[in-house]
Ligand binder design. Structure first.
Ligand code: SDX
Length: 392
């Protein structure tokens, strides 16, 4: 140590804050939002109700739920000029880059949402981003598909309206499928928060400088984009597709993942905190089978995923390192069954994680946490005199 600090690269053994929002027990595979188990919430709750719980700390009464929903719907319109920014992107732009840019741009159209010292200002900024973000996610998809942008229908629930904005075609009425609604509601709940993960820590650190909520969320979107974090759900499907193209032989990929000279990692496997299983992966695995059955989809990739997981779980390398399927391992199989294209998978993760980012940012601001500014162990050059260019 340097007499001031101890090095902890990746903060593997550092608690960055005290929080009352989400509880994880990595050994026992426990995940709770404000004390409620993820198993119960995934089964019995609705995504916006879970958002309320995470942000305000209690399950809402019927009236609170209705007001929250209508306040969010009222703010769902996005300034028409935002479409000009979206138009500037090529169709091939990755949705996460589009979302990070448009979310940050929202500050320009909602300048009052930066100073959130009063509870009312904070509430207004919170319902604004909850109302506008699903629109931006749907628009990112529609841009990629070359489809017209829409706002859906405010008489629908949060998840239904998102599906309508995503998939409604201009020349036909969108047919709501309750299996799809239920599966997406469950997926979004399962992604809603996860204590101090990489992207949430990014939102807290950006917000600790008192950057506005939208700018802090934009920073979180960028951090989530990485394949070691939220980007893993896209990388998993790309890996499973590659295995399928390769004749379904996953043994070769398991060997590659174990080879220290090969940077390849088994995507969707391993977790910084969960060392026995990721409770979300268990729920998503069951839901994937239900959704594929209900929709009558036979996706060979699910069989490959099951075989790959079984093989890896019995392999000494993975067992000795406590590597198990994580939340990203099966989620892409459901997104695909719901008609969501692979590049949108991490954007779906962001849509789910939004309430958690908001809740954690709010807790940090209300507790007036200091600006995040870690130290370092300096290992660079000692003092040396300047050298004229002619002598270098
Ligand atoms: C998410 O933090 C969160 O909560 C994140 C998240 C959330 O909800 O916010 O849960 C969402 O990001 C889930 C994780 C998605 N990422 C992936 O699936 C990518 C593949 N997984 C890994 O890169 C890795 O497991 C991490 C990033 C998830 C965790 O990395 P750690 O905790 O830094 O662990 P590590 O890299 O130090 O690995 C420990 C050992 C190493 O081997 P040794 O040096 O001890 O020999 O396990 C090996 C690693 O090489 N290892 C893997 C592996 N994951 C770890 N080897 C092969 N394949 C893998 N997937």
């Amino acid at each position: 140590t340097s007499g001031i600090t101890t090095l902890d690269a990746g903060f593997k053994n550092t608690s960055s804050c005290k929080s009352a929002i989400t509880f994880l027990d990595g050994e026992k595979g426990i995940l709770r939002y404000r004390g409620y188990s993820i198993e119960e919430l995934a089964e019995k709750s609705e995504f916006l109700e879970v958002a309320y719980l995470l942000i305000f700390g209690e399950l809402p009464t019927k009236e609170q739920n209705a007001k929250f929903h209508s306040d969010i719907q009222k703010t769902a319109l996005v300034d028409e000029d935002v479409k000009k920014i979206l138009d500037g992107f090529p169709k091939s732009a990755h949705p996460m880059g589009v979302l990070s840019a448009l979310t940050s741009a929202l500050t320009a159209f909602n300048p009052k949402s930066v100073n959130v010292d009063s509870e009312e200002d904070m509430y207004r900024a919170i319902v604004k981003i909850l109302g506008k973000f699903p629109v931006l996610v749907a628009w990112a998809y529609r841009k990629e598909e070359g489809l017209p942008l829409s706002y859906g229908d405010n008489s629908l629930g949060y998840v239904e309206n998102f599906l309508k904005m995503m998939f409604e075609l201009p020349n036909e009425k969108y047919k709501m499928n309750q299996t799809v609604v239920k599966a997406l509601n469950k997926l979004l709940i399962l992604h809603a928060d996860h204590e101090q993960n990489c992207s949430t820590s990014t939102v807290r650190i950006a917000g600790s400088s008192h950057a506005g909520l939208f700018a802090s969320i934009s920073a979180g979107i960028s951090a989530l984009w990485g394949p070691l974090h939220g980007g893993a759900n896209q990388a998993v499907i790309e890996m499973l597709e590659e295995i399928k193209e390769d004749g379904g032989g996953y043994q070769k990929y398991i060997e590659k993942a174990k080879d220290k000279n090969d940077p390849f990692r088994l995507m969707g496997f391993g977790h910084r905190v969960y060392k026995n299983f990721d409770p979300r992966a268990n729920i998503i695995k069951v839901s994937a089978e239900e959704v594929l059955n209900d929709l009558g989809i036979d996706d060979p990739v699910l069989d490959i995923a099951r075989g790959l997981a079984k093989e890896a779980l019995s392999d000494e390398y993975f067992k000795s390192r406590n590597l198990y399927p994580n939340v990203d391992f099966y989620s892409g199989i459901i997104y695909r069954a719901l008609g969501i294209p692979v590049p949108m998978f991490t954007a779906m993760f962001a849509l789910g994680r939004l309430p958690g980012w908001i809740a954690q940012w709010k807790e940090m601001r209300i507790k007036k946490e200091p600006i995040s500014r870690p130290r370092q162990l300096y290992i660079g050059a000692t003092l040396r005199p300047f050298v004229e260019e002619s002598k270098r």
